[in-house]
Design a protein around this ligand. Structure first.
Ligand code: SF4
Ligand code: SF4
Ligand code: SF4
Length: 346
């Protein structure tokens, strides 16, 4: 009984923590609102827009601020027919052809270490503005051959980054991609805080017009009837591309055909409300640095706590106190559990 109350409290504290992130971001956003006009003006100058267009954009930003979203934006067309990609870590041979293709398709600078140089696997890498997808190598607990795992934006169905953006610079498209719009973006970077996969990267090097970069799902190619570059380049058929619903059927079939090869879990089918990028793995997903996440979409979590906050007019200080109390409780619980473990081992 006590444990289940604690679990309940933990879930509430998680939600409050997320809500706090949102509140802080909104506060920062407001604090920055005076900078917004300047940012938009800079962009207007850079993009050779006239004053009238600039004023229109400023008004749009103001309207967006006034109607800040409390929930994510699920695209119903994407839900029905959106594309997905199924990455099969069991099939992947770690050749990094997908990285090379992504580099080519997105016209990114060539890396210092060439794509055929295995030394990159000595350390774990994350995506950067110059590498929208990276493949990492992991020791195999069940055998000699190493395991590989490709990472990139997951193109979440109900994306936290979309929900976090107050000026609609991120959107889930009908094709299934989460797309970033340079013109709308004001550079507040709250989307980066919100992403549970930490897949949004800020282009610090580009001081004048920095981009928030991530895998684009090759959206321009998709719109032109093409396919993602990484999918086309993979020589091991480790990446499948198609309708997300078809890929889920394919993934289930592969697990059923080879239950000894695969963990019976399609990562991304349900995590954070589902993602367009899906994973099949031969070891538990968290061993390949895929975070253990709840099924509920993050925008829905923030929405429910936000409603609670407004319903009970909980002032921010009360919110902080509640969170601090819950965290202290969990720290104490963790400490008690650690001492219990020590006693049992001793
Ligand atoms: S993985 Fe992160 S950046 Fe990509 S859609 Fe999901 S929340 Fe947004
Ligand atoms: S879908 Fe396109 S942008 Fe995304 S990782 Fe593949 S090649 Fe790169
Ligand atoms: S191209 Fe295919 S096999 Fe090669 S690293 Fe990428 S996903 Fe793995």
């Amino acid at each position: 009984m006590f444990n289940s109350s604690l679990e309940c409290m933990k879930s509430v504290s998680d939600e409050i923590a997320m809500q706090l992130k949102s509140a802080v971001a909104k506060h920062l956003f407001r604090a920055r609102s005076r900078d917004v006009e300047a940012t938009l003006l800079e962009k207007s100058i850079m993009m050779n827009l006239n004053r009238r267009q600039f004023l229109k954009s400023t008004a749009a930003a103001g309207a967006a601020l006034a109607s800040a979203k409390v929930s994510g934006e699920v695209n119903p067309e994407s839900e029905r027919n959106g594309f997905g990609m199924l990455y099969d870590s069991v099939r992947c041979i770690g050749c990094r052809s997908c990285e090379a293709a992504c580099n080519e398709v997105n016209k990114l600078p060539k890396p210092v270490v060439p794509f055929d140089d295995d030394s990159v696997f000595r350390q774990k890498r994350s995506t950067t503005p110059e590498a929208l997808t990276v493949v990492n190598r992991y020791a195999n607990p069940n055998g000699n051959d190493p395991i590989h795992r490709k990472q990139q934006c997951m193109h979440c169905n109900d994306a936290a980054c979309v929900s976090a953006c107050l000026v609609d610079a991120l959107n889930k498209t009908a094709e299934g991609a989460v797309e970033w719009d340079n013109w709308k973006c004001i550079g507040c970077r709250y989307c980066m805080l919100a992403c549970p996969f930490q897949m949004l990267k800020f282009e610090f090097k580009n001081a004048l017009n920095p981009h928030i970069s991530k895998c684009t799902f090759c959206i321009e190619r998709l719109r032109a009837g093409g396919k993602p570059g990484c999918f086309e380049a993979c020589p091991a058929e480790a990446i499948a591309f198609g309708k997300r619903s078809d890929l889920l059927i394919e993934a289930r079939q592969r697990i059923a055909d080879n239950p000894g090869l695969y963990v019976n879990h399609i990562y991304g089918e349900k995590e954070v409300g589902g993602t367009a990028k899906l994973y099949l793995t031969g070891v538990p997903a968290e061993k390949l640095d895929l975070p253990k996440l709840k099924e509920k979409a993050i925008p829905k979590l923030t929405e429910s706590i936000q409603h609670g906050v407004f319903k009970y007019f909980l002032p921010p200080l009360g919110l902080f106190a509640l969170l601090a109390g819950a965290m202290a409780l969990f720290k104490r619980k963790d400490k008690d559990e650690a001492s219990d473990k020590e006693r049992n081992n001793g």
